[in-house]
Design a protein around this ligand. Structure first.
Ligand SMILES: [Zn+2]
Length: 188
């Protein structure tokens, strides 16, 4: 954090911590790298496919992956090849929606984790709000398409207004459940 963080904040976390433009971009990129490491999403020599869509999640995903290519020796491609990893632009918002809709259908075991086979989700720990702000600050938002929202996202958006952090809490609870199921499977 710098002096500007208090003077010119662009973002405030629910715990009142504030970040200026420069520090927010730094925070975002660091957290994206942390997510990749935490869930072991990529390793040296990986070939990663990322779709060239123009919605804000995808544009930011591409930006973040391009930064990673500079740090970790992996290759980013535009057309799928055999054995490549597929990066998809899931965020806390989209994951929370999936979790809630699977719970309504009663099939939590169908849920997908942060990494599932060849599929990786580098934006797994970010809110849409953060992804959108990053797109704006990095000036990636020129030609962005809006995302369609369904009933569950409408429901969750309202819930989040009343209970900040609820989306993050849904994803975190799911992660704990996932670890529990995994450890029980190992014992059997
Ligand atoms: Zn700052």
């Amino acid at each position: 954090m710098c002096k500007q963080c208090q003077k010119n904040p662009v973002y405030e976390f629910t715990n009142k911590r504030r970040l200026c433009k420069k520090c927010f971009i730094k925070y975002f990129q660091k957290k994206a790298l942390y997510t990749l490491r935490k869930f072991k999403m990529i390793k040296k020599g990986d070939v990663i496919f990322c779709e060239n869509k123009k919605d804000f999640r995808n544009v930011v995903l591409k930006d973040v992956l391009e930064l990673i290519v500079d740090k970790i020796p992996v290759k980013l491609i535009k057309n799928k090849v055999k054995g490549c990893k597929i990066a998809i632009p899931s965020t806390i918002d989209s994951e929370a929606e999936k979790i809630v809709s699977e719970i309504i259908r009663g099939d939590i075991k169908k849920l997908k984790y942060a990494v599932e086979g060849k599929i990786i989700k580098p934006l797994y720990l970010f809110l849409d709000e953060e992804v959108l702000l990053y797109a704006r600050l990095r000036k990636l938002d020129k030609y962005l398409r809006k995302l369609k929202k369904d009933e569950i996202s409408f429901f969750l958006d309202n819930l989040e207004k009343e209970h900040p952090e609820i989306k993050r809490a849904i994803v975190n609870s799911y992660l704990k459940l996932h670890d529990k199921i995994k450890s029980e499977c190992k014992i059997d």
